[in-house]
Write a protein of this length. Structure first.
Length: 278
């Protein structure tokens, strides 16, 4: 399916609701700002706290424990907000009348916890893939430094090594970016398939994104011009919800292996059409 179809569908879905979609789309950013401010003042408060003689030897450990707990809870809240926003835009693909309140009612604490655990696993996977794809670039960089400092190989050799470093870096970043797109369906799997195992969520996302990760990566890159335009601040109101809705339309087209039927107590349903057999 042409990517222009997803963008056109996104514009239709946001019609007359653009500002509301913008407000919802910036909730994760607002949550980050508020949580950073909270943790900043928490650090200052902990530094000003005076411990008695018994607890004084453990003061540093108590501060670190409280700060670590606060960071973990803050990350959980941030990821929960992200899941709600993803659910809101995914449901908007099927119904323009869906409200944020209805979306929140449909998302359970267990789903938020699963998404939080998935995010932790994805972080370590991302670090691993980053090191893997950029290790050739790092190796050639070390060789270039050694050649420049200890060997007199001449300008041509050093120039060749320098160009190799640049090419390996670009290639590594491209492969890294495309690889990360295999995990793009994690939130969709959690919302529609009610899978609670973080590893199974990631595996299902990889299965769904099979043969689509490159297309999805280039689809996201097609918004690069719009994103750069956001440096002027004002276009953010249009671009941010447009980008979120377009990604939801694309992911919706891929389908999921399981369909969740609508229940009476839930006013909306996160539904994805099943994929056509290959």
């Amino acid at each position: 399916m042409e990517t222009s179809y997803f963008k056109l569908n996104a514009k239709k879905r946001m019609m007359k609701n653009h500002f509301k979609c913008f407000i919802v789309s910036v909730f994760p950013f607002m949550a980050v700002v508020l949580l950073v401010i909270f943790n900043y003042f928490l650090v200052r408060l902990l530094n000003d706290v005076t411990f008695n003689t018994i607890l004084l030897p453990y003061a540093m450990y108590i501060r670190l424990l409280l700060l670590a707990t606060s960071i973990i809870l803050s990350t959980f809240i941030w990821k929960s907000v992200q899941l709600v926003v993803d659910g809101y835009f995914l449901s908007k693909v099927h119904s323009k009348n869906v409200t944020l309140g209805q979306t929140i009612k449909c998302i359970t604490f267990g789903q938020c916890l699963t998404f939080f655990m998935v995010s932790i696993v994805r972080f370590f996977l991302s670090v691993s893939w980053f090191v893997f794809y950029l290790s050739p670039c790092i190796a050639v960089s070390c060789l270039l430094l050694y050649s420049y400092k200890y060997e007199n190989n001449g300008f041509n050799v050093n120039l060749t090594l320098f160009i190799s470093v640049i090419l390996l870096f670009v290639i590594g970043v491209v492969f890294f970016y495309v690889t990360l797109k295999r995990y793009a369906m994690c939130s969709s799997v959690i919302l529609t398939d009610e899978e609670k195992n973080p590893l199974k969520v990631i595996v299902k996302s990889i299965e769904i994104m099979e043969n689509h990760s490159v297309q999805y990566a280039f689809y996201c890159l097609s918004f690069l011009g719009w994103i750069l335009l956001c440096l002027l601040i004002i276009p953010i109101i249009y671009v941010v919800p447009y980008f979120k809705m377009s990604k939801s339309c694309f992911r919706n087209s891929l389908g999921l292996p399981k369909r969740i039927e609508q229940k009476e107590e839930k006013p909306i349903v996160f539904y994805f059409p099943k994929r056509a057999p290959n």
